[in-house]
Design a protein around this ligand. Structure first.
Ligand code: UDP
Length: 456
């Protein structure tokens, strides 16, 4: 019998590829062969960001399949991407599995797919291959999607996902986050009703993965979301994967990291730096972008700000006049940071974050307090966890212009860094989470059981 060989299929977005890469690298270290499937578009970005080919690294190899879109097409148009994936991926994955099995002594023994890529699990089932499904976001977000049929029965939404109680916050219980209906996942990513419907049907359709997969895992832990895991006990906590594995270089980034910020951090006093990052998707308009710059200037504190090349609409971000000269070495702007290492650094005081789930986990695992600036998707829900449930951060309020004003930025930074209770809770939460992924913790135990199953 050959080695166990897992075909890994994340949804093609940065916040999905990174945790899948973390889990896969861990499995490879345990002697399990990995074929990691990116779309061709993302495959090129990962290779470019990493700087060399990683195809021949023994047990771990990167492979790719087309996503069905043309070269110049916009992959951020989520409706278009999803339709294309659903149309072309099943065939592509089937061909890939057959090709691998024909050429490799170690046949694919398991397909580990994103719950958002139920189509990969269907292909595996058709070929008689065992399956595992991983949800890379919060357990509560998954529970919320799994309960779509109940939401319809209870009159929260209609058959198309349209909210029927438009102004009432939804909260399952006092220990779970509260969400406004406009922030249901399928409604706040894109303003077009047709795209919202595509997304709603896609999410709902993927729920079947939870019925069929042999293993169901979530990149979260019992300490962070006890109620979520109690509600659907067959889904097991395995996270935070970022805290469980310190994997070093290859992490699945789509952009090359700028390492110079680490030397800059080394020069800053302990607990002094505001780290500002909005993940891989968030796009600012120019007015808000400039206001953020002025707000950071106004704080009079050192800051490290990730300014992706595509951070503003139209791609050409412009700093306020004289800003760069005025802040000088007190402000460091980079196009992509080694975020895991940054958040671990002793100079960090707080994290101005869009509250993507990975960023949330990375901040929490390092005991860093948050200032929350959510934009879309599950970010509002994560903000609610951070501020209302775990109480390790504060929310920004929008001013009369509908934007977050520079005075608000300064004032919330001051409030947060002066709040000993928040800092204490952040450290306590870090300890709980670290315990979960450490030897004998629940997430650690699930991971070990999963490895044993893959090997058996
Ligand atoms: N990230 C990074 N460098 C940066 C900004 C982000 O490595 O400069 C990583 C971050 O550590 C996280 C991921 O990109 O693992 C972003 O995922 P998240 O779920 O936070 O947000 P998304 O990009 O999905 O909105």
């Amino acid at each position: 019998m050959g080695k166990p060989h897992v075909l890994v299929v994340p949804y093609p977005a940065q916040g999905h590829v990174i945790p899948f890469m973390e889990l896969s690298r861990h499995l490879a270290k345990q002697g399990i062969k990995i074929s990691f499937v990116n779309t061709e578009f993302n495959h090129k970005r990962v290779i470019h960001a990493f700087g060399k080919s990683v195809d021949d690294s023994g047990l771990f190899r990167l492979v790719s399949v087309p996503d069905g879109l043309e070269d110049g097409e916009d992959r951020n148009q989520i409706g278009k991407l999803i339709e294309s994936l659903c149309q072309v991926m099943p065939r592509q994955l089937k061909d890939l599995i057959q090709k691998v099995n024909a050429s490799d002594d170690d046949k694919i023994s398991c397909v580990l797919a994103d719950i958002s890529m139920g189509l990969a699990l269907d292909v595996a089932a058709e070929l008689g291959i065992p399956t595992a499904a991983l949800w890379p976001a919060s357990m509560f977000q998954l529970v919320f999607i799994l309960r779509i049929p109940e939401h319809i029965d209870e009159g929260l939404i209609d058959e198309n996902g349209t909210p029927l109680m438009k102004d009432k916050m939804f909260q399952l219980s006092p220990t779970t986050p509260a969400i406004h209906p406009t922030n249901f996942l399928w409604l706040n990513i894109d303003a077009f009703p047709s795209t919202q419907k595509i997304l709603f049907d896609f999410l709902r359709g993927n729920n079947r993965a939870v019925e069929t997969a042999d293993w169901l895992l979530c990149n979260s832990c019992l300490e962070l979301e006890p109620e979520g895991f109690n509600l659907v006990p067959k889904i097991l906590p395995i996270g935070p994967l970022s805290a469980a594995n310190r994997l070093g270089n290859l992490s699945g980034n789509f952009w090359p990291e700028d390492p110079t910020c680490m030397q800059w951090l080394d020069q800053q006093p302990p607990g002094s730096v505001i780290y500002v990052a909005f993940g891989s998707f968030t796009v600012f308009d120019q007015i808000q972008f400039k206001e953020l710059a002025l707000g950071l200037e106004l704080t009079n504190r050192p800051f490290l700000w990730v300014v992706r090349e595509d951070i503003t609409k139209g791609k050409h971000h412009v700093y306020p006049q004289g800003f760069v000269e005025r802040v000088g070495n007190r402000g460091k702007m980079v196009s992509w940071a080694p975020q895991g290492a940054v958040l671990e650094h002793s100079s960090i005081a707080c994290f101005i974050s869009h509250c993507g789930w990975n960023s949330t986990l990375e901040g929490v695992s390092n005991g860093v307090p948050f200032l929350c600036w959510p934009y879309f998707a599950d970010q509002f829900l994560n903000e609610s966890y951070i501020c209302d449930i775990w109480k390790v951060g504060l929310k920004f309020e929008r001013g009369e212009r509908g934007i977050i004003e520079k005075e608000e930025i300064k004032s919330k930074v001051e409030q947060l860094v002066g709040d000993d209770n928040i800092r204490t809770r952040a450290v306590e939460l870090k300890q709980k989470v670290t315990k979960s992924v450490g030897e004998g913790g629940i997430s650690d135990k699930v991971l070990k059981d999963f490895v044993e199953w893959l090997k058996s």
